[in-house]
Design a protein around this ligand. Structure first.
Ligand code: PMP
Length: 310
């Protein structure tokens, strides 16, 4: 950004910060064969006015990594405090002065055959890249309900942010994009609305926010949690966490996705039905504005959610 030429990126690999070119795995790696890993997606925001870099809800992301690790019988090998310190060190080493994304990954690193969880060693790594918007936050997205079903709890639990589970996301995302849509919306194995390929979904009906509950095969999203908090505490909006039928998408007044990558992106149409009046809705707009103020360190009262680096 700003015409700056980046000379070297650094990653955390095998308990050291190293040039990213040196952070490579063997092709025999268990996680490479079987998808036996779990990961985080974390954002950091550069506030030019304050000359500060804020990591967003780091502790919550690493607590969720612990949760994923438990489900997948993996050992993180670092305390949450250590993980936070390593991430902060990586920002400094990379000298980030622009928005960036962090991908911590815990993976089964043994060079062994047989898809199993027990008696296979784990390793932990983090890489980081500069990242602006992942989906357009201004335009309004066109979505389709996927012909692929969201993974059920007794297949690959979506509560774990498990590497192998993202085949399900990739199938839906490519189907949607190659058919001319921006994003997919999954139904779960009972036919209820679940989530997008890599983001949670919210609807607005009659001034209330509605979002699928945890038992509808969703990731326990940290942005989802932020949205619920901001809606209730800052805007006095009621939030229902419950099952949503496919047709309820069509008749909603507003709809939007939220997630670390997608941030808060509003939905313009679903299955060729225009949502509301086809414009950014009042509630989605208000939450989007609050969310960007919070992550940029411009909203008083949310310092607990931010780790300033410099
Ligand atoms: N669902 C899925 C499948 C995701 O990959 C993500 C992105 N991590 C989310 C929801 C949103 O979660 P978060 O807000 O914690 O990034």
């Amino acid at each position: 950004m700003g015409g700056q030429i980046k000379t070297q990126e650094y990653a955390y690999f095998k308990r050291e910060i190293v040039p990213v070119e040196e952070a490579n795995i063997n092709i025999k790696t268990h996680a490479f064969q079987y998808g036996t890993g779990c990961f985080c997606g974390i954002r950091g925001y550069w506030n030019d006015e304050k000359q500060q870099f804020y990591l967003y809800r780091l502790k919550d992301h690493y607590e969720r990594l612990y949760q994923s690790a438990k489900i997948l019988m993996m050992n993180v090998g670092h305390s949450i405090e250590e993980l936070i310190d390593i991430t902060v060190s990586l920002v400094k080493k990379n000298q980030w002065k622009e928005h960036a994304y962090f991908r911590p990954i815990l993976y089964k690193s043994d060079l062994s055959i047989s898809p199993r969880l027990h008696d296979v060693g784990d390793d932990f790594a983090i890489y980081t890249i500069p990242l602006g918007d992942y989906l357009d936050v201004e335009k309004g997205l066109s979505c389709r309900v996927s012909s692929w079903t969201r993974l059920a709890e007794n297949m690959i639990p979506t509560r774990a942010k498990a590497s192998g589970g993202y085949i399900n996301s990739a199938l839906a995302k490519s189907e949607a994009m190659l058919d001319g849509y921006d994003e997919a919306i999954f139904l779960d194995s009972h036919g209820y609305v679940s989530e997008g390929s890599a983001e949670n979904i919210f609807l607005v009906r009659n001034g209330k926010l509605i979002t699928p509950q945890f038992s509808d095969s969703i990731l326990e999203g940290i942005t989802r949690r932020s949205v619920i908090h901001l809606a209730k505490k800052e805007l006095g909006i009621e939030v229902e966490e419950r099952s949503i039928g496919r047709s309820e998408l069509y008749v909603s007044d507003e709809a939007f996705f939220c997630g670390t990558g997608v941030q808060l992106s509003w939905i313009r149409e679903i299955d060729r039905r225009v949502i509301g009046d086809g414009k950014l809705g009042k509630i989605a707009g208000a939450i989007q504005k609050l969310y960007f103020d919070v992550v940029m360190g411009n909203q008083a009262g949310y310092e607990d959610w931010l780790t300033p680096v410099y």
